[in-house]
Write a protein that binds this ligand. Structure first.
Ligand code: PMP
Length: 363
């Protein structure tokens, strides 16, 4: 079976093998007589699915034992409230704004604490990342928030800041929604990592939260119980009914990732895919990407046609060629190719072939 290549930023394409396995198991999971959606979250069948998924993601991301892995609901945007509710103690927090998603985090935090804008990339219209050495950290912040891959602007941190060497003891909070599992994470630099599932993990509905144990237990009294990291951790993510089907699909994706060679192998493929596309864009006068080379995202590649009046024709031709969902985010315009883990290099090659052909036809 072949399908079109789907460049959606999220919810995004999933590995075909995962979808086919889910389809095969839809009405009867492993001879249990039940589909996964119909199982009690407390029954032995679902518990086994849950435990396998948790163990697999711990292994894939090499998460140390002093971090809890939580499967929550609410997506990345809910975490913009859940993080300050759990970590801010109502005090000051530092936020580095590098695009739309961290900007939302900064604004949402103000409902629960006092966010301080430690740095912003707004002066370059979010085409660069402000260097960590220049961040204006407050000194008394409860945490420092960054978005490690800005899905809309296409900027990515290729290494995490070491806050300690910047004289800051606060934990680092990372929103890794749109590049989770595409590369390894240096946990020695992280306090909390969160990510919605709908790019590299599975269907929307589950949020992966990885939190260092010493950060549990400091939630504000107004924090909803279902959003209290300690309550969720103490109950193995089953304080409330977790998004069982999304967790099952995430688990299938984790198994698929392991069969691909794990995160290290995937990272090499992602480097190769991104290089192919950026090299093509840089060699062209017909197309361009405006992000500084050292912070270009391997996952989300915004690009523009020099003649924007051709945008509609470009998209229509792409769709006809089996290349779906390339329209850029409305706040940036142009095009965006999201090339997450599930996008094979053949998809990037097909996109480049189409782009060359589109240009030649107009010449
Ligand atoms: N953070 C990032 C980096 C994202 O890309 C997104 C979604 N595109 C969000 C947060 C928000 O996620 P959700 O819509 O699941 O709340």
């Amino acid at each position: 079976m072949t399908r079109p290549f789907n460049f959606s930023a999220g919810p995004a394409a999933m590995p075909l093998e995962v979808l086919q396995q889910a389809a095969a198991e839809m009405t009867d999971w492993h001879g249990s007589g039940m589909g996964v959606m119909e199982m009690s979250h407390r029954g032995k069948e679902f518990i086994s699915i849950y435990e396998q998924a948790e163990a697999d993601v711990r292994e894939l991301l090499a998460v140390p034992a002093n971090f809890k892995i939580l499967f929550m609901q609410g997506g990345g945007l809910a975490e913009n409230a859940i993080v300050p509710l759990n970590l801010s103690r109502g005090g000051k927090v530092d936020v580095v704004v590098t695009g739309s998603w961290s900007e939302k985090s900064y604004k949402e935090a103000a409902k629960y604490c006092t966010p301080h804008l430690a740095a912003t990339g707004a002066d370059t219209r979010f085409t660069t990342l402000p260097a960590a050495a220049q961040w204006q950290l407050s000194g008394d912040a409860q945490y420092v928030h960054i978005c490690t891959n800005e899905t809309i602007h296409g900027v990515e941190f290729h290494s995490l800041p070491d806050l300690q060497t910047l004289g800051c003891d606060a934990p680092l909070v990372i929103d890794f929604s749109s590049h989770v599992l595409s590369r390894s994470v240096d946990w020695s630099k992280v306090g909390v990592a969160f990510g919605g599932a709908q790019k590299n993990i599975g269907p929307a509905g589950v949020t992966l939260v990885i939190v260092r144990e010493d950060l549990l237990g400091h939630a504000l009294p107004i924090c909803p119980s279902a959003f209290n990291y300690k309550t969720v951790a103490d109950n193995g993510s089953m304080y409330n009914t977790p998004p069982t089907y999304s967790i099952y699909m995430a688990g299938l994706t984790f198994q698929w990732l392991k069969r691909q060679g794990g995160v290290a192998a995937m990272e090499q493929r992602n480097i190769a895919k991104a290089k192919l596309l950026y090299d093509f864009l840089d060699s062209s006068s017909f197309y361009s990407n405006q992000v500084a080379h050292d912070c270009r995202s391997r996952m989300n590649v915004p690009f523009f046609l020099a003649d924007e009046s051709r945008n509609d024709a470009f998209l229509a031709g792409a769709k006809a060629a089996g290349l779906l969902q390339l329209k850029g985010h409305k706040s940036v315009g142009g095009m965006r190719a999201s090339i997450y883990n599930a996008m094979p290099i053949e998809g990037v090659e097909a996109l480049i072939a189409y782009m060359r052909d589109f240009e030649t036809r107009l010449a």
